[in-house]
Ligand binder design. Structure first.
Ligand SMILES: Nc1nc2c(ncn2[C@@H]2O[C@H](COP(=O)(O)OP(=O)(O)O)[C@@H](O)[C@H]2O)c(=O)[nH]1
Ligand SMILES: [Mg+2]
Length: 212
């Protein structure tokens, strides 16, 4: 218990300290040197990924939040800590309705190559909107992660948008589904960037993944 508390406190301090945008990589050749552990964020467009990054880091504009889905097609890297402790990787959103086919293909290649080849990638967070639950496209991404043997947490977003009872059922259903995916971590998080619920727990899990 003492150790849990220490880790939570370390995570709180780390995410309250120096954090900065490092670079965008539209192609794998532009990735930063793999010199520190990384934790990546994935999810359908509009799932609340930018908002979650901002909530985790207590910053308003670190990651751009917007209502225009599917515009970011790069991997965005954020340096966490000074001295540098780890990086967060904001992956391009997927599953937007009217994306051209070649864009979807490009997303697949970029993300698949990154997931398979990145030695320092410790964990991925797959974000799922609490109002919608897992969709077929999320399951495809989970399969990609299973195949690449990249450990991932499912993270429910926008928890404030659903009734507690509905959130409870969704949580149980998500835990059950995670059991059938080899690379899915059993710990599932329910978060709200609006109210801050679940954010501190997720910070701790990110740090734990980075130092494991
Ligand atoms: N109520 C509520 N709205 C949220 C939350 N997170 C994101 N949103 C809203 O959902 C929309 C998409 O969020 P954004 O972070 O840009 O999603 P992204 O496309 O996944 O980066 C925006 O209008 C946000 O204000 C949340 O936790 N609660
Ligand atoms: Mg975004």
């Amino acid at each position: 218990m003492e150790e849990d508390h220490d880790l939570a406190e370390r995570a709180r301090k780390l995410f309250a300290g120096p954090i900065e945008f490092l670079k965008s990589a539209p192609e794998l050749q532009f990735l930063p040197d793999p010199d520190v552990p990384e934790v990546a964020f994935a999810g359908r467009s509009n799932v609340g990924k930018s908002s979650l990054l901002n909530a985790l880091t207590n910053r308003n504009k670190l990651a751009r939040t917007s209502n225009t889905p599917g515009r970011t097609q790069e991997l965005n890297f954020f340096n966490i800590g000074d001295p540098l402790q780890m990086r967060l990787v904001d992956m391009p959103g997927y599953g937007f309705a009217d994306a051209p086919k070649d864009m979807v293909k490009r997303w697949r290649y970029l993300v698949n190559d990154f997931l398979r080849g990145r030695q320092v990638l410790k964990r991925t967070l797959v974000l799922v909107d609490s109002r919608h639950g897992l969709k077929p496209v999320d399951r495809e991404v989970m399969k990609m992660l299973d195949d690449a043997a990249v450990s991932y947490h499912l993270v429910l977003t926008k928890a404030d948008k659903v009734k507690p009872s509905a959130l409870g059922s969704l949580y149980e259903a998500t835990v059950a589904e995670a059991r059938s995916h080899p690379a899915a971590h059993p710990a599932i998080f329910a978060t709200s960037s609006e109210t801050g619920s679940g954010i501190a727990e997720l910070r701790t899990a990110i740090l734990e993944a980075a130092i494991s």
